[in-house]
Design a protein. Structure first.
Length: 499
């Protein structure tokens, strides 16, 4: 039986000692915000019905977030998956259902994805099967055959199919209100030190695979050399092609590499992109992502515009992320923390601590039989075996939760909101003191909020963190610390707005 809310402080208004039935966020939308349709998974405002605006840039008023130049803070959150640019799988390679993926994001109130890039034609560090990646950045006219049995690459000729798809999908994302971080390089296109399987035999920079005999390998490592001038010249030509393809679009960001690189090379890529875009029409944010790459300190010292910490920067990013200071825009991505993982609690905690968020979503599972001891796919007995499935039960609650955080990011005056652990007994509080407070209660039940400096009344809302439904709680008067009890069992989010 659902217990009624009880506020251990001064309440005003008729019936303020109890709450009524839950209401939909959609019923609260203002006239300038279109209501969610009935088939939306996240109730509330459907901001993503409008095109994404930009280019994004640092928000000087609150550098935890970007702005599109309007002054408002833009909170980025969403789900991304490995095949959202190139089709991946065992032959015949299945075609990725891009329209269905975009539809899922819109219905869940998402506005951000990583736009994955793969350089190898076949194979991967996680599988001993010959999975394929299509299309690729370079043309393969031959003559002669590469090690995968197909014509050799011509590294002087880019593949129009690849870049046309990149551009058309990014435009499509923009029209759906979605920002995309374009991956520039991919460490999983190379040999991983601790993994037995090797994609290098199908990499275009393998001298046996291209017409010019270009050798981009570092020794016999199966990895691209990051220091040799001739390799950087080849990479620079590729970077120019990517930027020429997408520079005019407002909804893009760049990501240097997925979980790889090093400080010197990462910083070179960041500076190269900034310098080249300075001669183009628009400049876009470029970020460095953690895990198997730079640490947090090094990323913050770089010239990049956003960062994504990895689990090697601290396990606490999973369960108790520290309040973010805004030195750069920070994106907590479950990919770099768990690989397969993430929870609704993580989504709300991260939001209250000032981070943008991303879910690594098994919308299309990682293909291939596991390689050696690598357990990313479907090896029996591995704890996350079932997570490599699009319909695994854990994904939908996280998809909904991050969509609900965005609902409140857009409802609040986010540009004025900062983490304030000291204002709530649960320690998860995003607030503009005296005006708005958003508090997450991981265990529900009750919370104490310090309204000592806010001598005014506040409307009370209780949100189910996953379902997104709202229960009104009357009003509460500030001027002291107030204790509030949750009107339903389990975790909850509290929103107080000054009236």
């Amino acid at each position: 039986m659902q217990r009624r809310a009880f506020l251990k402080h001064t309440l005003t208004g008729i019936g303020a000692a109890w709450v009524g039935a839950p209401i939909s966020l959609a019923s609260l939308a203002g006239p300038s915000s279109p209501l969610a349709t009935d088939d939306n998974e996240v109730p509330g405002w459907s901001f993503s019905r409008w095109p994404a605006t930009g280019p994004l840039r640092d928000n000087p008023a609150n550098p935890r977030y970007f702005t599109d130049g309007s002054g408002r803070a833009i909170f980025l959150t969403g789900a991304h998956t490995w095949a959202n640019l190139q089709d991946i799988g065992l032959p015949p390679v299945p075609r990725f259902d891009w329209p269905a993926y975009l539809d899922m994001m819109v219905k869940h109130n998402h506005n951000f994805m990583r736009f994955w890039h793969w350089m190898q034609a076949a194979y991967a560090p996680w599988t001993d099967e010959k999975i394929l990646f299509e299309p690729l950045p370079y043309l393969r006219p031959g003559p002669g055959l590469a090690l995968d049995g197909l014509p050799k690459f011509d590294l002087t000729k880019f593949n129009p199919e690849y870049f046309d798809r990149m551009r058309s999908r990014l435009i499509d994302a923009r029209e759906h209100g979605i920002y995309a971080a374009v991956q520039l390089f991919q460490s999983f296109s190379e040999k991983k030190k601790d993994d037995p399987c090797d994609p290098w035999p199908a990499h275009p920079y393998n001298f046996k695979n291209n017409l010019s005999g270009f050798n981009g390998e570092e020794g016999n490592s199966g990895m691209v050399s990051l220091y040799r001038p001739e390799v950087r010249a080849m990479e620079a030509a590729y970077l120019r092609k990517v930027i020429d393809t997408v520079n005019d679009l407002d909804n893009i960001l760049y990501e240097v590499m997925n979980e790889g690189g090093n400080r010197d090379w990462d910083w070179w890529v960041v500076d190269f992109v900034h310098d080249y875009e300075n001669h183009k029409g628009k400049r876009h944010p470029i970020g460095i992502t953690g895990w198997n790459s730079e640490g947090l300190k090094s990323m913050l010292e770089s010239h990049c515009d956003w960062i994504s910490p990895g689990g090697d920067d601290g396990e606490y990013f999973k369960s108790n992320p520290p309040a973010w200071d805004g030195k750069k825009v920070a994106v907590l991505d479950t990919d770099h923390l768990w690989g397969h993982g993430g929870t609704p609690a993580w989504a709300w905690k991260s939001f209250c601590r000032g981070y943008n968020t991303l879910l690594m979503d098994s919308w299309v599972p990682i293909p291939g039989h596991p390689c050696g001891e690598v357990n990313w796919a479907s090896r029996a007995g591995y704890p996350t075996r079932d997570l490599n499935r699009a319909d695994a039960w854990v994904w939908e609650p996280v998809r909904k939760a991050i969509g609900n955080t965005r609902t409140y990011a857009n409802k609040m005056k986010l540009v004025e909101m900062t983490p304030h652990d000291d204002l709530a007994s649960t320690k998860f509080c995003l607030a503009s003191p005296g005006h708005e407070y958003l508090v997450y209660l991981p265990e529900g039940y009750e919370v104490t909020v310090d309204l000592s400096t806010a001598a005014r009344k506040f409307e009370v809302e209780w949100i189910l963190p996953v379902e997104g439904h709202v229960t009104g709680g009357g009003t509460v008067t500030g001027g002291s610390k107030v204790e509030l009890m949750v009107p339903f069992p389990g975790p909850a989010t509290l929103y107080l707005r000054g009236v």
